[in-house]
Design a protein around this ligand. Structure first.
Ligand code: ATP
Ligand code: MG
Length: 261
């Protein structure tokens, strides 16, 4: 674990960047928590309703074993769903400093979607489509930071479609020749303003009104991708909307293999 950063202490550029990345992640967690809290309401309602049915039928003495098993399964699945939501949010809130471990890229996509899909689908009425290549080999990466990259890109896609609605698509694929994997996040929104395109990965470049965007999202995304020795490109799609593509190597130079669950 990295030593805590003490305010007033002279920091190197790297430490500043690491602290900024962590701060940006923490700043976004409030919104994600609200979405996750809403998501937890559904399984909890299922648990309470199922318990009520169960108690009613026990009182009436008309519960057979099959029904009992069915009720228990519903309670079990809903409790697991709650636990998974909370675990994902808690993991994303950890401040571990940079930590490279062996991870499945598709599971990172799923973690990002667990955190943000409620907001996108229910609050913004957007459709999410995924096309995730099966059986990707694990890649060596900082899970929290790659999740942060995906969430930043998804929030941008959300903003680009906030008024019109639309579809956000996430695709993953392997690139065996390069021993790398690709991930793209595309939307059917406004498209990237051509004036912003050349500078949008620099800090504080934003087209959003004051208070709605700091212009740090893509700067942090490109910093994290660079830290992973990967690359990122962006383009406007001919049929409208924008598409961001990230290529990540499966292994890092001087990689120490750590398998953590
Ligand atoms: N998917 C997208 N569609 C259209 N424009 C985009 C998209 N993603 C980024 N942009 C453009 O790039 C600019 C910079 O994005 P960036 O994420 O760095 O900052 P921001 O979203 O404006 O603010 P912040 O992320 O700090 O809240 C955006 O203001 C927007 O003009
Ligand atoms: Mg942004």
């Amino acid at each position: 674990m990295k030593a805590p950063i003490i305010i007033g202490e002279k920091l190197t550029i790297d430490e500043h960047q690491g602290a900024l990345v962590d701060l940006q992640r923490l700043a976004g967690i409030g919104t994600l928590t609200a979405g996750v809290a809403h998501e937890i309401t559904n399984p909890i309602n299922v648990i309470t309703a199922t318990c009520n049915n169960l108690l009613g039928q026990i009182a009436d003495d008309n519960l057979d074993t099959d029904e009992l098993l069915h009720y228990i399964e519903m309670i079990d699945q809903s409790a697991w769903r709650c636990a998974r939501l909370i675990r994902t949010l808690r993991n994303y809130s950890y401040l571990n400093g940079q930590e490279f471990v062996s991870r499945d890229l598709n599971l990172i996509v799923e973690a990002a979607l667990i955190l943000i899909s409620y907001e996108l689908e229910r609050q913004y009425n957007l459709t999410i489509e995924t096309e995730l290549e099966k059986n990707l080999e694990p890649i060596n990466c900082d899970q929290n930071r790659i999740t942060q990259v995906l969430i930043n890109l998804m929030v941008n896609a959300r903003d680009a479609m906030a008024e019109t609605g639309g579809v956000m698509s996430i695709v993953t694929w392997s690139i065996p020749d390069e021993n790398a994997q690709g991930i793209s996040i595309s939307d059917t929104g406004s498209g990237i303003d051509p004036e912003v395109m050349p500078t949008m990965f620099e800090p504080f470049v934003t087209t959003k009104p004051m208070g709605l965007g700091t212009g740090l999202g893509l700067a942090i995304v490109s910093q994290i991708v660079e830290d992973h020795h990967g690359r990122i490109t962006a383009e406007n799609c001919p049929e409208g909307g924008a598409s961001f593509t990230i290529i990540l190597p499966c292994h890092q130079p001087n990689e120490v293999i750590v398998n953590r669950n």
